[in-house]
Design a protein around this ligand. Structure first.
Ligand SMILES: O=C(O)CCC(=O)C(=O)O
Ligand SMILES: [Fe+2]
Length: 415
């Protein structure tokens, strides 16, 4: 009773604001980082040292976040690996000194499945990674050099590990060859992995997208067509095709979760870059690009270029490049600070021009330097689809923009 009166006198005269809490993007299940849009209302306007306390129901996960006086809405990131799986209720409390000025709660259905998720949870705990944070996702939250979280293929003994697996009969000779290539060069080529019939069907859908002017596409330009798999069934099947996803699972050691599709009708002519700053996993290494040739690629068409071995270079995250997040599509600072890092790496490696046969698949390590070469003959098409995939159990985000990563669990596909 006394406690009740005491708490009444503490906040009784004060009207406690109900915080609005909206998880975004809307997901059936949350994994990796869950993002909450928290509406603070106008209650903070007069506060001097406002804070937001975020707590898991069992009390084990808790963060106290500084708010700015005058904030009305904040984006709160939650490291869901620090909660258990299943429905998890969170309490959010806005405070000014000892005074509670707003409260709210939300239940998240958490699924961080598989053995990698357990490794991630341990790493976050051991390194004191905050349970919650305000604002963009950033590589600086995560322990860059936790040896326990480093993927097997990025460890110094990776080749020995492949040989051991082969000796013990855990992988076939063919799989060992694939893994050797990936570890050594940072990419692997799977000759004519996808049959012609599948590719032809995909090409017919691309013809349709081109005819429709998908995303304002101008025929002959280097523009990519994004997310065609959301609209076209054969492209969706290719996106989730077990023939390439199985290779990713062999590499990751856990199932892969494809993120998006980028379709090119002509060469991209992109400058040399590494994808890890655009599609960023923790632990580093658990993202791959998959490049599927939709035709025989011919010289002078703006071929893909890869720089074997460059995947062992340090990653060009924004915090390493002293670059702020890309906002409102303004890439000026990013180009100015990050592109020269990649240009410098490209000068130290021997480029390989890639001219695959139709249906051949190249899978690259997230940190492999690659580029789209100049389209010397502008009339030549170079059809390809790129899928980027994260490993199941990781944290996925986009270091360049600070947004939460999106990826799809193929086992949830409704047939
Ligand atoms: O296909 C290309 O030319 C480059 C594609 C690329 O860099 C990517 O999708 O990550
Ligand atoms: Fe790329």
């Amino acid at each position: 009773m006394f406690g009740f009166l005491k708490s009444m006198s503490r906040w009784g005269s004060q009207s406690t604001h109900e915080l609005s809490i909206e998880p975004e993007p809307h997901r059936q299940a949350h994994w990796g980082i869950a993002r909450l849009k928290v509406g603070l209302g106008s209650s903070l306007t007069l506060s001097r040292a406002p804070r937001l306390v975020v707590e898991g129901a069992n009390g084990s996960a808790r963060s106290e976040l500084a708010l700015m006086s005058g904030d009305h809405d904040v984006l709160v990131g939650i490291h869901t690996h620090l909660l258990g799986n299943g429905p998890q209720s969170l309490e959010l409390t806005a405070m000014d000194g000892k005074k509670i000025i707003g409260r709210g709660n939300v239940t998240l259905n958490v699924t961080n499945s598989g053995k990698l998720a357990d490794t991630v949870a341990i790493s976050l705990r051991q390194h004191g990674v905050p349970f919650a944070f305000i604002g963009p996702c950033d590589s600086s939250y995560y322990p860059a050099n936790d040896p326990k979280a480093t993927p097997w293929f990025d460890r110094p003994d990776a080749i020995d590990e492949v040989n051991r697996r082969l000796r013990e009969g855990k992988i076939s000779g063919e799989e060992a060859k694939t893994l050797h290539q990936f570890v050594d060069k940072g990419y692997v080529i799977l000759e004519e992995l996808i049959d012609d019939e599948t590719v032809d069907e995909v090409n017919r859908e691309i013809d349709d997208a081109v005819a429709q002017g998908w995303q304002g596409y101008q025929y002959g330009s280097s523009q990519r067509l994004e997310l065609l798999h959301l609209h076209y069934p054969a492209i969706r099947r290719l996106w989730l095709d077990p023939r390439h996803l199985r290779v990713l699972e062999l590499i990751f050691g856990v199932p892969a979760r494809p993120c998006q599709t980028l379709t090119y009708v002509f060469g991209s002519q992109q400058d040399a870059h590494q994808d890890a700053v655009y599609l960023t996993p923790f632990p580093a290494g658990y993202m791959c690009g998959t490049w599927i040739a939709l035709q025989d690629v011919v010289p002078n068409s703006g071929e893909l270029i890869v720089y074997p071995g460059s995947h062992r270079e340090p990653r060009a995250y924004l915090s390493n490049a002293d670059c702020s997040k890309v906002r409102d599509g303004n890439w000026a600072e990013f180009w100015e600070k990050v592109l020269p890092i990649w240009a410098a790496i490209s000068r130290r490696y021997e480029p390989v021009v890639y001219r695959p046969k139709k249906g051949t698949v190249l899978i690259w390590h997230e940190n492999l330097l690659h580029a789209g070469s100049a389209r010397i003959d502008q009339s030549l098409a170079r059809r390809s689809i790129v899928v980027h995939s994260f490993a199941q159990g990781t944290i996925a985000y986009y270091d360049s923009s600070g947004m939460v990563g999106i990826a799809h669990d193929p086992s949830e596909e409704v047939h």
